[in-house]
Design a protein around this ligand. Structure first.
Ligand SMILES: C[S@@+](CC[C@H](N)C(=O)[O-])C[C@H]1O[C@@H](n2cnc3c(N)ncnc32)[C@H](O)[C@@H]1O
Length: 326
């Protein structure tokens, strides 16, 4: 095949890989085929997964970078690290798992790089949402916790106790994009303290003046509390430049996000990093070289690309490649 007709890496056709779910940590990885096509793992390559979860993406990267590719996996959730550790044990020291926050990836992983690919599949894993004892779910009653790393920081119950009504309404509005934030915050504050997810969900449903609809009335409020408890948007803003700093020239950053607040941050960061080289000073000299080339002008839409996976419905994948000059 001539070079002109050979599919480029981003266009390579990859069969949707299917994966077995791990008993006790049932998480169905999203956009597996597209992520793999974009990162195109190769033998001897070095890859960093900043959101290891159950190791679904990591396993495929390791399989496709054998016999000697390396994957460094980071997660702040000890349960995820345990599950991924079991799943990836067969790869021996090709899989290096680290506990920590992805905002700290430069400090945690620099010694293993530079990397040919960095993946962030942000948000929560299914076990975090489905296991009542993690306290994320309005569907299953449990302690009101919501910490991805239960060993540190403030739980959702403590956060609600600490905030004023106005500050709580701001959190619910900003991170949940909930138009009824003020009346929900008022109802929550009136009923404090809260210790169980089920009781809080019922309070939100009543306080919001909910009329039957497809989504549960506590969906946005629980999303907002989870984002605040785990400092999720700040984590993402700090992780993106750290990820670029760890990429080898030609290495790719792939980010999967699950709601518009995250996707806006990712899109803005990648665009700026790709366009900054076009900025000129008053004398026409480039202010700085672009760090990235966008590989996906439009996000890859999970509902279109991975329609059989319900978790992919709101997923969006954006990818950029580090330029040699950066
Ligand atoms: C959607 S899951 C990843 C699933 C994984 N790609 C797979 O296929 O199994 C997201 C994971 O990222 C972790 N996570 C979220 N925010 C994090 C952060 N700031 N630092 C480290 N891990 C984080 C969560 O604990 C969760 O395990």
């Amino acid at each position: 095949m001539s070079a002109a007709r050979r599919p480029r890496r981003a266009e390579a056709v990859v069969q949707a890989p299917s994966q077995a779910l791990i008993p006790g940590f049932e998480h169905r990885s999203v956009l597996l085929a597209d992520t793999l096509a974009q990162l195109a793992p190769r033998p001897g390559g070095r890859y960093l997964d900043g959101t290891l979860g159950g190791g679904g993406h990591a396993e495929l990267i390791l399989e496709n970078s054998g016999p000697d590719g390396i994957l460094v996996g980071i997660d702040r959730d000890p349960a995820a690290l345990r599950a991924a550790g079991e799943r990836l044990a067969r790869f021996g020291d090709r899989a290096r798992l680290l506990r920590g926050r992805f905002s700290e990836m430069a400090e945690l992983a620099a010694a293993h790089g530079p990397f040919d690919g960095v993946l962030l599949d942000i948000g929560t894993s299914s076990p975090q949402l489905d296991h009542a004892d993690r306290g994320f779910s309005f569907m299953h009653d449990g302690p009101l916790d919501m910490r991805m790393d239960p060993s540190t920081g403030e739980s959702a119950a403590e956060l609600i106790d600490r905030l004023t009504e106005e500050a709580l309404a701001d959190v619910i509005y900003r991170y949940g994009e909930e138009p009824r934030s003020r009346r929900i915050a008022k109802a929550i504050v009136a009923g404090r303290p809260w210790t169980r997810t089920g009781a809080l969900a019922a309070c939100v449903a009543e306080g919001s003046g909910w009329k039957a609809s497809r989504t549960h009335p506590a969906t946005r409020t629980f999303q907002a509390l989870r984002i605040a408890v785990n400092n999720e948007l700040d984590e993402l803003e700090r992780a993106l430049p750290a990820a670029v700093s760890l990429l080898a020239p030609g290495g790719r950053l792939a980010v999967i996000s699950f709601h518009s607040l995250e996707d806006r941050i990712v899109k803005g960061f990648l665009r700026t990093a790709a366009e900054i080289g076009t900025a000129r000073d008053a004398y026409g000299a480039p202010l700085s070289a672009p760090a990235l080339r966008l590989c996906t002008r439009r996000a890859i839409d999970g509902a279109e690309a991975d329609p059989t996976n319900p978790r992919s419905r709101s997923a969006r994948l954006r990818v950029a490649e580090r330029l040699p000059t950066a």
